[in-house]
Write a protein that binds this ligand. Sequence first.
Ligand code: C2O
Ligand code: CU
Ligand code: CU
Length: 557
Amino acid sequence: MERIGRVSRRGFLLGAGAAAIGTSALGYGQGDAMRRIAPNRASEAFDPDVELELICKRDETSILTGRPTRVWRYAGHLVKGPANALTASPDAYLGPLLRFSKGQKVRIRLRNELPEETITHWHGLHVPMLMDGHPTAAIDPGETYVYEFDIRNRAGMYFYHPHTHEKTATQVYRGLAGAIIVEDEEERALALPSGAFEIPLVIQDRSFDDDNQLAYGDDMPTRMFGFYGDRALVNGRCNLTLDVASRPYRLRILNGSNARIYKLCWDDRTPLTVIGVDGGLLEKAETRAYVMLAPAERVDLIVDFTGRPQGSKLTMLSGEFYGLLPPMAQRMMGSDLAMGEAFPLFVARVTETSSDSWKAPEKLSTIRRFREADVANLDNPIPIAITMAHMAMLLNGRPYGHDDIQPCERIPVDSTQLIEIFYERAGMGMGMGMGMGMGMGMMGGGGMMRGRMGGMGMGRGMGRGMGMMGMMSMAHPIHLHGQQFEIVERSFAGDEDAYATIGEGFIDSGLKDTVLVAPGERLRIVKRFGDFKGRFMYHCHNLEHEDAGMMREFSVE
Ligand code: C2O
Ligand code: CU
Ligand code: CU
């Protein structure tokens, strides 16, 4: 993978050929060395319904025309269980689609054939700490880690990806990611569009060098704001076109990008019919003009092509928005695709007629809501403050440290907790000197000023007299490991004009494990910490932020 400078991605590339990346992040040995646990082994007492092997390895695949692209990927095969438990994606780098049923016992043997340590996390699955892909469980090249767990989750789409200490962003970027679908009886009873009519879609952005190799912005703006690629890939492909029949489909979309936030909408303004989010089905379908999808969030859509003539097309776009990334960041980053600029994601083309139908029932599912009486700390919510110090985004003012559990991070097992996520306005932690330096650097690179971004930003923010903090504030997708949570309150105080471009796009009615928090927002969520004691992470799912330490742990005890 090439390292690229921030000056221009269209122009010259820095860095030497296929040289290893990752020198940017604090070295592994710097600061606190991460203790390691021994790789978990298979237990004789565990009798799996599904057993599979996943190998993390180097490979190459055709993405652009011409030279294939070197990637890292999950290759898998099924050892035991129903054939649909594992579906390879042979023509893309994405890992195989895994399909489990609630109640199944699953064993996964993860083998590391990469040139560096790794560990895999099953995002959204409620599993014990040892099975959660904690960074302390990382395995070296040549080693195998055996996961064994029960599927306790309700039906939904989940996500597997590396969770390696300070290497999550680069490992995911190189291609290590895949989707998991969990089914259950409640969902089966709905007879939702399935088989060829249920399409999982993983959206990721990437940049390529002139040799068709993945390019990564291994530079300060990327570490601060996240990586933003020049092209959006869907299921590992550019310009994906789905051939569809004139009937209802279920599109299950996962944002597998490192940092980019999408605003999903159809090009002809057909509203989106949302039936589910991160933690499965909503109680009722919701209709929205657009849906915001931040890294690691999932959305489950029904799209009905009934009545559309053969040959007609419907394009899923990421629509225009602003306010989620400071304008100065947009200017500093080399991406040819600014965040918030409109661009197409994929096309659905009607190539067949069909008279099949499916209509969402009045009630899709039952979500067990928390009652106030269930909540252990109604008057004393656990804070997750989005803070900044020394140019780094942090949570509660502290970087990640494995043995750095604070009093508010100790949680009794089997309790239900109220958590408040907010931006800490006080304390100009970043320091004026640094801020000025950055500003000057940005101004100095006159070539980086892009016409299309000129209008949207600096003037706006500065004109309103926002301080450095305001200028630096950006959205963060906050993710909590373990059980999904309920969003009980979302309030906003800030730039109303910017907010008007995103505010209708949050689906807060379902169960979530990742939530986009826009600058100026304050959220209250209620989450259960059931069943398993141990250390469970919570972090920003902007993967560059996560690697830079915007991650903490709850100690469930
Ligand atoms: Cu999807 Cu801790 O991550
Ligand atoms: Cu997770
Ligand atoms: Cu973040």
